[in-house]
Design a protein around this ligand. Sequence first.
Ligand SMILES: [Zn+2]
Length: 214
Amino acid sequence: MSRLSRHSYIANRNINRGFSKTYFPNQILFKLQPGPKRHESYTEEEPTDQPLNIANPKSMDKKRTELKVSALRNGTVIDHIPADQSFQVVKMLNLDESSRQIYFGTNLDSAKYGKKGIIKITDKFFESEEISKIALVAPSATLIEIKDYDVTSKRKVHLPDSVEKIVKCFNPKCVTNNQEIDTKFYVTEDHKGNMKLACHFCEKTMGKESIDFF
Ligand SMILES: [Zn+2]
């Protein structure tokens, strides 16, 4: 048996034993619930107002493949979040404390980005300050606004020239960390094209890994 066919033999054997094919162990998809119950329940079901057609397994399969692009009635989808930033986007936007219906998925397959995260928030439309925050953490993200099931706008987030108030300076000696002064940073790039924030006050420059939001 060649190495390749041995691999596919093992994969098939695992599928026959009920592994991997149904559980997608590295994919996380659940509904964030408001209140104390939110960590107890999750669903892998298609988030839809339409009942699933149990009599028609093909329709169920279709629902499964549509998990990543399922319908919202009103609200915003944040798509194409780098998978490793998905939880940071949730935290940064305080979605873990929100009472809205939120669908969250990460490590989903993406033709363009390999693995991606996606967040769908009902009845939420972001203001420009929040969009700047998203752009700092997930510059590849796309915002899709939906009204009455129709996509009313679809745009890539883009980095602003400067950000005020939303990010802390990482320099403990910076005046903004010692007096009541709002922070201000200029968005720049290093020679490798990595995004950097330069403090208006202490002129220190920090990378994405040092960003700490208020
Ligand atoms: Zn500073």
